[in-house]
Design a protein around this ligand. Sequence first.
Ligand SMILES: [Fe+2]
Ligand SMILES: [Fe+2]
Length: 471
Amino acid sequence: MSRPDYAEKIPNNVGLAEDRRLQRALESWQPDFLSWWETMGPTLPTQDVYLRTAIDVRGEGWAQFGHVPMIDYRWGIFLADKNPDRRIAFGAHKGEPAWQKVPGEYRAELQRLIVIQGDTEPASVEQQRNLGATAPSLYDLRNLFQVNVEEGRHLWAMVYLLHAYFGREGREEAEELLHRNSGSADSPRILGAFNEETPDWLSFYMFTYFTDRDGKYQLGTLKESAFDPLSRTCEFMLKEEAHHMMVGTTGVDRVVERTAQVMVENDTDEVAALGAIPLDIIQKYLNFHYSVSLDLFGGETSTNVANYYTAGLKGRWLEERRKDDHQLTNDSIMVDALVEGEIAQHEVMALTGLNTDLRREYIADCSGGVKRWNRILEEAGLAQRLYLPHVAFNRKVGAFAAIEAAPSGEKLTASEWDARKGQWLPTATDKTFVRSLMQPVYERGKIAAWVAPPRNGINGQPFDYDYVHLA
Ligand SMILES: [Fe+2]
Ligand SMILES: [Fe+2]
């Protein structure tokens, strides 16, 4: 038997060729991964797709582009370059050298954090598996598949950490990552938003804008981790996430742009009959995806997260740019709360309020999207605007899970909510309408009528390009 070439089979910069034990572990996991991809991955049969493949972590040459059959995509393992002098930036171990091995006292917590992150990666592939059947253009179809293969690679990244650092338990967890499935009744994915379906392309754009962006913030906190291999893994994943954010941001841009165009041309808000998506439906989808994504940040206060921070397991977003002592033992923060049953805030220790800190960074980032979509409306000469709903709106996790609130932040009784929620969240009729627009367009250079074409193609290629060859 010839010795497989590991750089070829599993592209990596972790010295896989020299590590027999790790090779064996990954080799026994790989067939399960491939059969998961075939049964739970994209359903649309394709010959090949114009994909970006990570081949290195440095500079401009970190990825190559080319037409590849998805099953032959080279899911690699890449960690950002090691800084041998890296020191822990926060918590009780601040100033000590970063850890190259898992400290026994934090083993269970680190493994849990990696499993939770790892679980979201294949989940989104499962949620999006049927979207190929209704793609608005070959360009969009290619972007969907790019996101899918990279989420697959992110799963590899987490499985690498489990295999390399967590022994038999890590290998068992790696198997479980393939056995849980999005929306499954008996073994669902760990986090709620990853069990929601992504049934249409408006949902896909909203998901990649709002829910993938949650991923960006979670990875940002893990990138700060004292456990150096986790930090370096997440740093490189963030590089790929930038493309996922772009798909969401420009996807919603293009829906809003097309809607605005049809509104102006016909001087009406009622664009449904004209084949575009009415602004109020776009707002409802936004409300839904934003509110379920806010839930992903957990409760406003958490002693677990305080402990993770103090231990050095996960930091804050852009930890090193914060101008404080990076230990936070004497600081406080205002967090959302129900105070005597009313929507309000109260003061807690900064350490226990870290989920709130991260959620606020995320919210500020999300408002950037709303600004750009409103600029599109403004430039079209329209008075309507999109907005982010209040944090208390449609929450299932945290202080406001117990109450109902309008997008304005007005508290509602249960019966008021039931009577009015259809104004704010997609109804069955809205969803059916959006799905009715989702007719596939597979002809090169053509696009569906409900979305504007992109300004730029991928990797310098034009929009009119054979991004995907269908089978
Ligand atoms: Fe990811
Ligand atoms: Fe992503």
